[in-house]
Design a protein around this ligand. Structure first.
Ligand code: ADP
Ligand code: MG
Length: 380
């Protein structure tokens, strides 16, 4: 019989990375969520080659002192919970204490961090989970994490990655969702040296939408609002002039977390399509607030899903909120409301705008046909 042995820490971290770190976009999710938890109001993400060769996330948040920076890269090291009951009242996005060690185990990893009250910061470099160097270092307030050569030591995982364009698109889509979930944070995504996304961080969801998708989308939005004792739903939904053939324009935020939810998707579909033609999916951003005790946030390794105590209440509230937003007012006929399609391009997925040189399309994030135009006006 083979003998049983305890796995060493690096092997354990590499295995855990399989759950948390699926692809470059999941690295970025973890790092940006850490920046949000550290109270940053400016977060900049830079990627090269779809994040496979280079990822950098820089924030202006709380930073860490030297002893905490050393702890942060250890497994199950977290400042966010002390016991499992804390999950019921948690305000942070993270709580597992797994992300940094998991990412460090499968990359060349560099953490640079400084607290506002310290003169010197700390840099820690690791290769495949092994510490190469820990030093004091002059640096900006906040935290920068660089992740290079993701999966260089896990070739099996590397094989599953898609093309760098596809990986970049996934990152782009996710940063958009995070940016919409936190309109009070200024986000910037730089993809292969070009600015792909920026948001102003002025607290206005509408302004964030406009910056990301352009005025063509923002001008066609209807506000959503439903407030009851148990649940509060706010956000925007597009008129039928702006629809897509996939759900990639739909962002659901529950208690500050971007999540996927079939129930919410279904409630929107049912309400929207009860009044409007059945083809396509509207642009939607829903901000849902519920009592923390009525959800379980710890049901998915990447926290992409949440379990609800009362799914039917959620469904009903969203269904009615969408219906209320979309249904024509009393003195308006539905035919007035269902405005004719003026811009066919908005109905086609992944259009390449005429103004952009074709050589940019390689780097152009999937959902930013409009944002790119918008950004080039604002930032170049
Ligand atoms: P978790 O987020 O679940 O606590 P992580 O492995 O993602 O676990 O991070 C470990 C700890 O490192 C966090 O609890 C936090 O204290 C610290 N940390 C990570 N990223 C940052 C950051 N950008 N700024 C400040 N502290 C950070
Ligand atoms: Mg975290």
């Amino acid at each position: 019989m083979t003998s049983i042995h305890i796995l060493d820490d690096i092997t354990v971290d590499k295995i855990a990375a399989g759950e948390v770190v699926e692809r470059p976009a999941s690295v970025i999710k973890e790092l940006v969520e850490n920046s949000i938890d550290a109270h940053a109001d400016k977060i900049e993400v830079e990627i090269l080659a779809g994040g496979t060769s280079f990822i950098r996330v820089t924030d202006n948040g709380d930073g860490m002192d030297n002893p905490n920076a050393r702890l942060a890269i250890l497994r199950h090291a977290t400042s966010k919970i002390k016991q499992v009951d804390d999950l019921m009242s948690i305000d942070t996005l993270g709580f597992r204490g797994e992300a940094l060690p998991s990412i460090a185990a499968v990359s060349r990893f560099n953490l640079i961090t400084r607290r506002p009250q310290d003169d010197l910061g700390t840099t820690i470099k690791l290769t495949g989970g092994r510490i190469d160097e820990i030093e004091d270092m002059g640096c900006n307030i906040g935290t920068t994490i660089k992740v290079e050569d993701l999966f260089f030591n896990v070739p099996a995982r590397k094989k599953f990655l898609k093309t760098t364009t596809t990986e970049a698109n996934k990152i782009n889509d996710f940063i958009i969702k995070l940016a919409l979930s936190k309109p009070n944070i200024a986000f910037k995504l730089i993809n292969n040296n070009k600015i792909a996304i920026t948001t102003p961080g002025n607290g206005s969801l509408y302004d964030a939408i406009e910056c990301i998708y352009g005025t063509k989308v923002s001008e066609e939005l209807l506000p959503i609002e439903a407030i009851t004792d148990d649940i509060k739903v706010t956000g925007f939904i597009s008129k039928p002039a702006i629809i897509r053939s996939s759900r990639s324009w739909q962002t659901f935020v529950i208690n500050g977390r971007v999540v996927n939810s079939r129930i919410i998707s279904k409630a929107i579909d049912n309400a929207y399509h009860s009044l409007l033609p059945k083809s396509g999916y509207p642009f939607v951003i829903l901000n849902i607030e519920v009592n923390k005790r009525t959800i379980d946030i710890n049901v998915h390794p990447q926290k992409a899903e949440i379990k609800f105590e009362d799914e039917s209440l959620l469904f009903k509230t969203i269904y009615h909120a969408v219906l209320e937003a979309v249904k024509p007012s009393d003195n308006q006929a539905l035919s007035d409301f269902a405005i004719p399609v003026t811009d066919k391009a908005l109905h086609i997925e992944k259009t390449v705008p005429e103004q952009i040189n074709m050589d940019l399309s390689e780097n152009m994030p999937s959902t930013s046909a409009n944002s790119f135009k918008q950004n080039s006006i604002n930032y170049t």
